[in-house]
Design a binder for this molecule. Structure first.
Ligand SMILES: Nc1ncnc2c1ncn2[C@@H]1O[C@H](COP(=O)(O)OP(=O)(O)O)[C@@H](O)[C@H]1O
Ligand SMILES: [Mg+2]
Length: 431
């Protein structure tokens, strides 16, 4: 079968790498891909948001399944266009993707279905924001969230009423994020550990996958600005088996059935961003696709063929599965361009990628995120450049291997966190 992967980052490299191993995949395409993906798939120069062009391509080449990496095309209705043309697609349609496309929608949905989440108010004007922020109903800190897609720049934790007002004004009046800030969610601050949980659904049935921990801040010790993600651990080390059950019964299942009941059948992977509070797990947000870099940590641990799972989801006939995961934990370290998430240079030559294969030996894998081939050399082409994942019989080994992999790859100004997994390791050592 011919398979098309949409996107061009580390997540899509991991998806391509995993799908390439499927005996059913005869030809693999990726739009637009990157220098690493080009070694295992035919890269097609189509922007992930060009839905009609992608559908034309899939139709012309008789693509058997299209797997969508990023959220934007899903929120724009890629799945609807593909389904309209009878093309199989992995990823929710526009109505279901609103779960990520609008934080206000997601919060109201959670409330309608009594799914645990932080208390909140949705506001549509500065007057409304002011009256909420000045009222006794909200305490500090207060989380100010832009409603729409904001690439990690739409959430601010305000520690005073003044700051909450200033932030709200930036989003709602000054339009710092354009139309993403026309509505705001003003939300109760939750304390606890964060964890991401993934599950597949065909719209009715749910197949739980795994939990992971990601590292969003740019610098060691969770300092510095928010990024797309600087590292990941899988499985999450901060989750008890009991909590995992609660997440499935109280969060994932009612979300999938609630969406179905509202005529928003969810077919794809559901990414639950959760806070493990003293009162149990609560939803921070939903994403409607694989995480990046979570996919790079999750997929190397999955044994067996990914394609049938994605096919069954797309066809709405998800069977019972006993997924097999390696017991070995995975540690992913993202190597970024100097200056990321601020401004950085592109076109910097990368050394040490060896023969260009994903496998570096020693259960270590390198996934390309922002890379480009220029005159036979691979250069940087983005903020996040590569993700190095390693498996190990324990967390310590996985961390060591991952950093050994990182050290092999050099480019000027490269930047990465040196503490991915460190806290979890200390916690495990401390019992
Ligand atoms: N209610 C909350 N309480 C505490 N921290 C929060 C809350 N909501 C969000 N955060 C923090 O802000 C981060 C980003 O928020 P999130 O809702 O995931 O938006 P996005 O990923 O779209 O930027 C979260 O990963 C979490 O660390
Ligand atoms: Mg998030």
């Amino acid at each position: 079968m011919r398979v098309l992967v949409v996107g061009g980052g580390g997540r899509e490299h991991a998806l391509c790498w995993k799908l390439k191993q499927s005996p059913s995949v005869t030809e693999l395409y990726c739009a637009p891909g990157n220098a690493g993906i080009a070694a295992i798939a035919d890269c097609v120069a189509i922007d992930p948001s060009d839905i009609v062009e992608l559908a034309d391509f899939a139709e012309n080449l008789s693509i058997g399944l299209t797997v969508v990496g990023p959220e934007l095309p899903l929120i724009l209705g890629l799945a609807d266009e593909f389904q309209r043309r009878g093309l199989l697609v992995f990823g929710p349609n526009r109505a279901a993707a609103e779960l990520e496309g609008s934080k206000a929608f997601a919060k109201d949905f959670l409330r309608r279905h009594a799914i645990p989440t932080a208390r909140y108010h949705v506001v549509k004007s500065m007057e409304e924001a002011t009256s909420v922020i000045k009222s006794d109903e909200v305490g500090m800190p207060l989380v100010v969230k832009a409603d729409g897609l904001a690439a990690g720049k739409g959430v601010v934790i305000a520690t005073s009423r003044e700051e909450a007002l200033t932030q709200s004004k930036k989003f709602i009046s000054d339009r710092h994020l354009g139309s993403a800030g026309t509505r705001l969610v003003l939300e109760e601050f939750l304390e606890g550990d964060e964890v991401s949980f993934f599950a597949l659904s065909d719209g009715n049935k749910v197949l739980p996958l795994v939990a992971a921990q990601d590292f969003k801040r740019a610098f060691d010790g969770d300092e510095g600005p928010n990024t797309g993600g600087m590292g990941c651990l899988c499985p999450a080390t901060n989750l008890k088996a009991e909590t995992l059950k609660t997440i499935i019964t109280d969060i994932v299942n009612p979300t999938i059935s609630g969406l179905a009941a509202e005529g928003r059948k969810y077919q794809g992977i559901l990414y639950c961003g959760l806070m493990l509070t003293r009162d149990g797990p609560k939803v921070l947000e939903f994403n409607v696709r694989f995480g990046d870099p979570e996919a790079q940590a999750v997929l190397p641990r999955l044994k067996g063929d990914l394609l049938p799972l994605l096919m069954e989801v797309a066809e709405g006939r998800l069977g019972p599965h006993r997924l097999e995961w390696t017991r070995d934990p995975a540690v992913t370290v993202v190597v970024a361009s100097g200056g990321y998430p601020g401004s950085y240079d592109n076109g910097v030559a990368i050394e040490g990628l060896g023969n260009g294969a994903v496998e570096m030996g020693d259960d270590t894998f390198v996934f390309h995120a922002g890379t480009k081939a220029v005159g036979g050399k691979i250069v940087t082409a983005g903020g996040r450049v590569l993700a190095v994942t390693a498996l190990g019989q324990n967390l310590k080994t996985a961390i060591e291997r991952s950093y050994r992999g990182v050290e092999k790859i050099q480019f000027e100004g490269r930047q990465f966190r040196t503490d991915i997994g460190k806290k979890a390791l200390e916690r495990l050592a401390g019992g």
